[in-house]
Ligand binder design. Structure first.
Ligand SMILES: Cc1cc2nc3c(=O)[nH]c(=O)nc-3n(C[C@H](O)[C@H](O)[C@H](O)COP(=O)(O)OP(=O)(O)OC[C@H]3O[C@@H](n4cnc5c(N)ncnc54)[C@H](O)[C@@H]3O)c2cc1C
Length: 222
């Protein structure tokens, strides 16, 4: 397994609990949009604690970008990452990830599950290929939405926000249920990209397959 010690160049909170890191890119380090790596913190007691994160920037960028949801209640890696700033070091490992773009379809994300899709959509936008791709993005409240303005700019009317705990004008206040999917998706033969907590992913897979989506057209992280 490869190890790359890299410096954090910028670190700032982009929501109340999501921190964005701009990081040095090791020479020759490449990835596909949707992929990520195991990250650990280059401090004695944290070096061996690796956690997976997805690159949100593009391979062509000079630096790497991560967006990390911080869980302050557990004394884990993300809580410690919440304390890191420019100049601190992290360790990157081999690139991995099964989520890749397989053609126009529907992206369904919950919370920090947006990260692989942000990279894919940024790449599509850069190549002027956003086309009919649609994103359904579920969060607890509007304050939890990651990169909302950018996603809205890229996808226009094909960006559907679902808020499970808030009733705000302009946002749908409900869960992504079978009826919701029927209302918003007409074509079940296109690829579906799904990312979020395990239960969210398995619920979505069940609904979509039930409505006629083919298992091989579902793109999920295994
Ligand atoms: C392939 C892959 C890519 C990922 N990419 C990203 C990314 O780009 N950005 C990002 O913010 N996260 C991402 N994650 C999730 C991230 O790896 C975890 O949030 C992280 O490992 C938590 O580490 P910790 O040591 O702080 O938390 P732990 O101490 O392990 O857990 C802290 C608390 O958070 C809860 N928790 C941990 N992970 C999740 C989760 N995924 N969903 C809901 N609750 C959770 C736990 O139940 C626990 O209560 C990715 C996960 C995978 C598998």
């Amino acid at each position: 397994m490869s190890e790359h010690i890299v410096k954090i160049l910028e670190a700032n909170f982009i929501t109340h609990d999501v921190k964005r890191f701009l990081i040095e890119k090791p020479k020759g380090y490449t990835f596909m949009p949707g992929q990520g790596t195991d990250v650990s913190i280059n401090q004695e007691e944290w070096k061996d604690k690796m956690r997976p994160f997805t690159f949100t920037g593009l391979n062509k960028w000079e630096h790497l970008e991560l967006m990390v949801k911080i869980y302050p209640k557990s004394n884990g890696v993300t809580k410690q990452m919440g304390r890191l700033n420019a100049g601190d070091e992290i360790i990157l490992h081999d690139v991995f990830g099964a989520i890749q773009y397989k053609g126009p379809g529907v992206f369904i994300a919950a919370g920090s599950g947006i990260t692989p899709f942000l990279a894919i959509l940024r790449e599509l936008a850069r190549n002027k290929q956003i086309g009919s791709n649609k994103l359904i993005y579920s969060n607890k409240t509007s304050e939890d939405i990651i990169a909302g303005a950018e996603l809205s700019d890229m996808l226009k009317d094909n960006f559907i926000n679902v808020l499970t705990r808030e009733n705000v004008v302009g946002f749908l206040d409900k869960h992504i249920t079978r009826d919701f999917i029927i209302e918003h998706i007409q074509d079940f033969s296109r690829p579906f990209y799904i990312c979020g907590p395990d239960k969210f992913v398995s619920d979505m897979v069940k609904i979509l397959v039930d409505l006629g989506a083919k298992m091989e057209a579902l793109v999920i992280e295994h």
